[in-house]
Design a protein around this ligand. Sequence first.
Ligand code: F6P
Length: 769
Amino acid sequence: MGTSGSKGIDGAGSADAAGGGAAGGGGEAGEGGHAPEAWHGGAQLYVSLKMENARIIGDLVPHVYGSEPIIGSWDPARALAMERELASLWTLSFVVPPDHETVDFKFLLKPKEDTTPCIIEEGPPRLLTGGMLEGDVRVALFKLNGDDEVLEFRVFNKADIVSPLELAASWRVYKENFQPSRVRGIPDVSINVAPTNAPEEGSAATLELDLEHYVVPTPTAPPNEYAANLAATPASLIQTGALWTNDVLLSDGIQSPSTVSADFEGHSNHKKNIEAWATDSARKIQTSGLIESKSVGTFTSLQKPDGQKGLFVDRGVGFPKLPKSSSTCSLASGLSFGSAKTMPEAAGAVAAAAVADRLHGSKEDRKLAIALVGLPARGKTFTAVKLTRYLRWLGHETRHFNVGKYRRLKHGANQAADFFRDDNPEGIEARNEVAALAMEDMIDWMHGGGQVGIFDATNSTTKRRRMLMKMAEGNCKIIFLETICNDPLIIETNIRLKIQQSPDYADQPDYEAGLQDFMERLANYEKVYEPVGEGSYIKMIDMVKGQGGQLQVNNISGYLPGRIVFFLVNSHLTPRPILLTRHGESLHNVRGRVGGDTVLSEKGELYAKKLASFIEKRLKCEKTATIWTSTLQRTILTASPIVGFPKIQWRALDEINSGVCDGMTYEEIKKIMPEEFESRKKDKLRYRYPRGESYLDVIQRLEPVIIELERQRAPVVVISHQAVLRALYAYFADRPLREVPDIEMPLHTIIEIQMGVTGVEEKRYKLMD
Ligand code: F6P
């Protein structure tokens, strides 16, 4: 009895401290063994017998035979085959009670599933007590070819304490893995043409005629706001305390006050110039005194002198003053999301590229400015917003700087077309000034940790672009992104939206007057417009429809620019809905178990029918649509009643891989792997399940899905899983990565995302509880 003679693989006592070595049958703690209290609760010993030999002889496989009841029989023909664990290592594992009767056994060699020839090891039987081999564990000697050849195997064993819960969990996983899948044989691309079991009138699966009946409020709707307003708050204007519009301050929520970092040589001088300019401007401006600013989520709450608080939306009227004390003005500060010191909040390719850039790239190359170029109403802001959203979602610290927002803040929103005339030197000077300010802020922000700045202005002359290139020198790489659109219908739509939504025309109640002014402004720009031909650039010509057009690329290289080009090639603004839903309730959902590949519960099956009926009604006017599922049964079964649309299985849509925790309840994880449970709780975004995935891993593998969703021109229904849908939804709703793991994603609810010219809109339908 005891463990002293047992040897682990490294020759040390094999009762491993973490996994639990075996104590003697009487419960005493031997060397590396466990105190008696470890045996609480019906724990068992998980015993692994191991044999090691680097020389493999023919098809001989090590076997074990020995006494009942554990080994089974002294009949060599019924010996138990050992499993090959490594090239030279063989194992046989079994479970015994800690106080099991001594087992005597021997090793033998024979071909698998064959009775002869059979070579039995030399020497007396071996004894196993309390899960461990007795005495000094001798090597196993086999005599081959008479006595001519001797084969030696190292022998050792290991015993771990396992609780009944652990045993049950692994048994359940084993059983589930061996249950044949109900969706085997369904090809990756399929379509049902005839109704399988269409719900009968009046059955639980029939839906109300009017789908509005199922609409439920959206918990946090994506901001329905004029896109330029959502660009970064003009930090320089605010920090100097000079300028505020009457009611605007919209922050993008991850902005911390710009700071000039030590490695930013020569920058502070420039900053002083701007401060001087701003202070000077402030003197000229009538102020009306807002007295406090606090960050509230993604918006900024201001308190007016009369105590009135609220969220203020940019309409660009008047210039109330912000007090000089800048500490009260910091916008959504303190969120060190991807700061300069930390690695990016990203995994896989994005992290690899960031590390490579840091290690090998020049300082300048690590920061990227994408400067839009184009006439007004050519979709620049639309492109800027989309690109910002995509890069942020991938984990790149990205921010949109809209020069129009700076202009409105400094010069007022209601500037007439004359302000934009090419023979108005003050107007030109004023516009260049705000462009320089925005560029300054952007570079400032990059030095505080920002990675990609999207610089949104017309930048329509070579002179202006030269200024930007000069400012970028030594600070960041600059790529011009020119949007050219010759389609009169698209231009007309853009112009209409501009007049209806832009703060520039908020004070103009007469649409026709607004239109006339805007057309004059456009003509002013057209007179001086010079297409890009210098530096690094991407030119998108008539690509907004997602069909045809032209993309020209000049002097573009590197990971991020390459990704940007790929994204732009695939995105367009044809309106179409994307419907996101989790599968119907599964058996694991009922039991509160994570992962697995179980079938639907009765309730889940009912949802599948309701969903089919919903899709039939919702997409009845669409010429075509596709249904995407994961490769797991619960999504394929949820899609199965849907008729008439092609269904595609995507591995990338499979649920987050919960690795060793697959099939467990959260309670079990907490009990059996408390450290894992705590680590996940602390950082759910980055936490990677042992042998599984993290949310960041999921985001990485979803990138092709996002690109394809962008590229599709027809509606898509995505039937997937909680974690995956959180990640996809975060992209469309522009939610920060840190929020992804906690986004609400209820069962039996459809989230409809409408992609269109004005951005992304969302609607939710709850078909059942
Ligand atoms: O519980 C359902 C489920 O889809 C699991 O399969 C998955 O592990 C889990 O949700 C993901 O959610 P969370 O990240 O909150 O654990």
